[in-house]
Design a protein around this ligand. Sequence first.
Ligand code: FE2
Length: 382
Amino acid sequence: MSSTFFIPAVNIMGIDCLEEAMAAIAGYGLRKALIVTDAGLAKAGIAERIAEMLAMRDIDSAIFDGAKPNPSIANVEQGLALLQRERCDCVISLGGGSPHDCAKGIALCATNGGHIRDYEGVDQSAKPQLPLIAINTTAGTASEMTRFCIITDEARHVKMAIVDRNVTPLLSVNDPALMVGMPKGLTAATGMDALTHAIEAYVSTAATPITDACAIKAIELISANLRQAVADGSDLKARENMAYAQFLAGMAFNNASLGYVHAMAHQLGGFYDLPHGVCNAVLLPHVQRFNASVSAARLRDVAKAMGVEVGAMNAEQGSAAALAAIENLSRAIDIPAGLAVLGAKEADIPTLASNALKDACGLTNPRVASQGEIEAIFKAAF
Ligand SMILES: [Fe+2]
């Protein structure tokens, strides 16, 4: 069986690498950038700082700060209109997953035309997007380096999964110095998102030896550093390790894809506008419990990467230990215990489950579920 490995051509990372990234950006010969960010980063003056750094290298820019958490079709349309008005020839996303995903939608429609809805699914676009440079401030969705773009269709209450080689950024930038400002809750949620990427990729039906290596290293780093990154956000070493971990997890799932945790979490996000990482964290042990009948040996590896002494355990015991380790980590960083606390309603489960089964992320889950089984997993997570 063949496999294709997608990753941005250039990836710059490490403490204070932003200057180096600016020199790389200057080398692309770009004229004017649309900086896509969120209101918080704009208010904190970080978008303006990026604009100034670009100006010093003779690159003009316009700032679009309308990327909401769970970016919507309207956000993409607003950004695209500004890009066209300002005649930008590239896009620079600044933030976490939301600005990156919004920027991908803008850059893809800028060259391909049509509507962002046209690109839902796998590789629906014909042309490369506008050059996209992604400067990451969370750890993380890994959207700064993936071919995944998730946009909420507010009319249908669903998150559209756009999985398209053409939305891969040209350059990704991970400077942990930009991550120290992340509040505890966001650090915890984005860190659990990264753990979910690594575990779903590791048990995926599309896993390869390359994605396995990335996933296991990511799980080790997250287990060893996420508690500390949450406890003391100014710990640059923990932040840097989490930046590498989320990038490795991105390398894994960008190529091995995901599973039902993401397919189901997208529906919760689309329905109730909940944070992606928290939805994943709550669902992760429940989906892996469902997967354990076919993935026990792999989940035992997960337990080992999370620091469990698995030498005397068989696969079944190892998979149980993995679930316990995931739940312990979630508890330690104050992830809510269940979906009820998040405001989800049991009456919505049938709709959530049928939409989850249509999500492209579920296609590589190791065990195929029926509508009833997805409903049962949702119920268990309440
Ligand atoms: Fe995710």
